[in-house]
Design a protein around this ligand. Structure first.
Ligand code: M6R
Length: 371
């Protein structure tokens, strides 16, 4: 049921304040007088000790689910102190990469049925690793075969382009990081800030959704383009990859997510006065590096669209020539949840304006059950 919306993708983008609330329901605890803030993940409680002892955590997924894990990787590394590596399921299988008994392997999948992810799960089980599932489908193959897991609880997602599952997956993995991380005095303030940030996230997503009209105008401007680049780094490298994936998948426009730190190692050659480039430059530890990326792109006459924190327009707009997308600020590790929303809206409007099928893009299936 699409309710008042024209398309499922549109509905699913706009229901993110609610889907995020459902994902967090009953899992965040702002304790009473003497109890500090904490996270409760029922499906993991018997395995937390083993996870904390693991030598390595490996995230495995495909497409958007991989990108969600990439967004959560820095906070998991920070809070757990355990090395976290990333695997695209098919690539791990192609290489038959090493997996050990001392590894915890986290399988991320909206459908819980993706063939590559499922086969990678069989492979990790054979190698004796502890396998954790993060899926949006109760009773799915990945949910059943893993040793333990966390349901995303984002509600059924129908549009082939994953939107609300992505933001809920990031939130689930941020909660996973809080659950694994030690409650040491030194990390307490950071943990509490993240938990407070999680509580506030649905209202901030509501706020960023107000950019709908602005994103429609931007889509109008980009309607006839051949290509769009998206630059990000740090927490928002994932935003660049996921924003570009949305645009190519539904709007059928070539789009590439680029790690801004790699700019000078090739992508800079593409920059001219015609190619549109989105630069994600919201406030975090990478901000000044992104400011210098913007300056360098501007010096090559790049056609820039900069996403920045509210109030930062003047600090990112070199020569007053960039188009600006201002978003609300949240705790740095949760910022990818906010930053992807304008790009989801942009992909949606581009698709409708270009006259393509939003919910059922050509050649794609919601659940990729064959290899
Ligand atoms: O169901 P899964 O999360 O395992 O699906 C993985 C990918 O096929 C999926 O995310 C795909 O990239 C989406 N269509 C992206 O919007």
């Amino acid at each position: 049921n699409k309710g008042n919306y024209e398309h499922y993708m549109q509905k699913e983008i706009h229901e993110q304040p609610e889907s995020l609330t459902t994902t967090m329901r009953g899992r965040l605890i702002r304790g009473g007088s003497c109890k500090s803030k904490s996270v409760l993940l029922g499906g993991l409680k018997d395995h937390l000790k083993t996870i904390r002892r693991s030598r390595r955590i490996i995230f495995i997924g495909c497409g958007t689910s991989y990108n969600a894990a990439l967004a959560a990787r820095p906070i998991l590394e920070e809070l757990s102190g355990i090395p976290v590596t990333m695997e695209i399921a098919s690539d791990l299988l192609d290489r038959q990469g090493p997996i050990y008994r001392e590894d915890t392997v986290v399988f991320v999948s909206q459908s819980g049925e993706t063939a590559d992810t499922l086969q990678a799960l069989d492979y990790a089980l054979e190698n004796g690793a502890l396998c954790v599932g993060i899926t949006n489908t109760v009773g799915s193959a990945i949910a059943r075969k893993t040793h333990c897991g966390i349901h995303i609880n984002a509600g059924c997602e129908i549009g082939v382009a994953s939107t609300k599952a992505y933001t809920s997956q990031i939130v689930v993995m941020a909660m996973l990081a809080l659950a694994i991380g030690d409650d040491t005095i030194s990390s307490q303030a950071r943990r509490e800030a993240i938990i407070d940030g999680l509580f506030d996230l649905p209202s901030k997503v509501k706020e960023v959704l107000k950019l709908n009209k602005e994103m429609k105008d931007l889509a109008q401007l980009l309607i006839a383009e051949q290509s769009l680049l998206v630059f990000g780094r740090g927490y928002n490298y994932a935003t660049a990859l996921e924003g570009a994936l949305k645009v190519k998948e539904v709007a059928l426009m070539h789009s590439e997510g680029i790690l801004a730190g790699e700019m000078k190692h090739g992508p800079l050659a593409l920059v001219d006065e015609t190619l549109p480039i989105v630069v994600v430059a919201t406030r975090d530890a990478c901000f000044s590096k992104q400011q210098s990326v913007i300056q360098q792109l501007h010096a090559r006459k790049g056609r820039l669209i900069v996403m920045c924190t509210k109030g930062d327009a003047a600090s990112v707009s070199v020569g007053g020539s960039c188009r600006i997308i201002e978003v609300p600020q949240v705790e740095d590790c949760l910022q990818p949840v906010i930053n992807i929303v304008p790009l989801q809206l942009l992909a949606y409007h581009l698709t409708v304006l270009r006259g393509y099928n939003v919910d059922q893009p050509r050649n794609l299936a919601k659940s990729v059950t064959t290899q």
